[in-house]
Design a protein around this ligand. Sequence first.
Ligand SMILES: C[S@@+](CC[C@H](N)C(=O)[O-])C[C@H]1O[C@@H](n2cnc3c(N)ncnc32)[C@H](O)[C@@H]1O
Length: 240
Amino acid sequence: MVRARLRQAARPALTRALRAVGAMRRRAVRPRSVLRSEPVSRKFGLDRGTAIDRAWIESFLQSEAQRIRGSVLEIGDPGYTRRFGTAVTESHVLHATGESPDATIVGDLATGEGVPEEAFDCIVLTQTLPFVYDVVGAVATCRRALRPGGAVLATLPGISQISRYDMDRWGDFWRFTDLSARRLFEAEFGEVTVRTHGCVGSACAFLLGLAAEEVPSGLLAAVDPDYQVLITVVATSPAA
Ligand SMILES: C[S@@+](CC[C@H](N)C(=O)[O-])C[C@H]1O[C@@H](n2cnc3c(N)ncnc32)[C@H](O)[C@@H]1O
């Protein structure tokens, strides 16, 4: 009798405890699925679909498409100029060594050697600054290469794997934050617009090499300033 009463009295507490355990199990991360020594892709997920950083880069360039006009300089290849350019009159490609068939200019962003001055209305500077040791010199070269009223559209990696291809050619030196990107561009251009993309989930997915198509919908729109995966910058040169 006494036992039965005690059992009866303990039932609500037991039910609460079992529910709490169930909820913890549902929330639990399965570390083995994430904590692995090998990524699922070493190519930023490009071999599985759209790389997560490229999804943000494309929406950034789409939103700034009206600035990709007139004489446009892009680094390495003219892919984004072709895709997002509006009223482009001249498309140029700067390459460090000229080994690309698309190169129209062989030059050094760091020193400015080979890069013409006041020649471009827009410079598409995507994912390039990590590979130039003298980033201060590179941003100064971009400012000198712009015509009055022109714009640099830059993207910089924050949390990211090494780019082995670039590391083995010119070097992979830097990762950035919104603070370093702002300081770097403000020193040359004055006021600039800087935005960050990424949260802990997209940072993990990107490091693992998952593609944008493989992550839950809405994850790429979540922004956590403590987990910056990509930083975008719009810097404009004063109109004449
Ligand atoms: C990963 S690609 C970035 C551009 C590419 N369009 C993109 O969106 O990924 C790196 C580029 O940096 C260029 N690069 C590296 N060091 C350079 C330098 N000192 N001056 C000019 N370009 C440089 C290389 O030629 C290469 O095309």
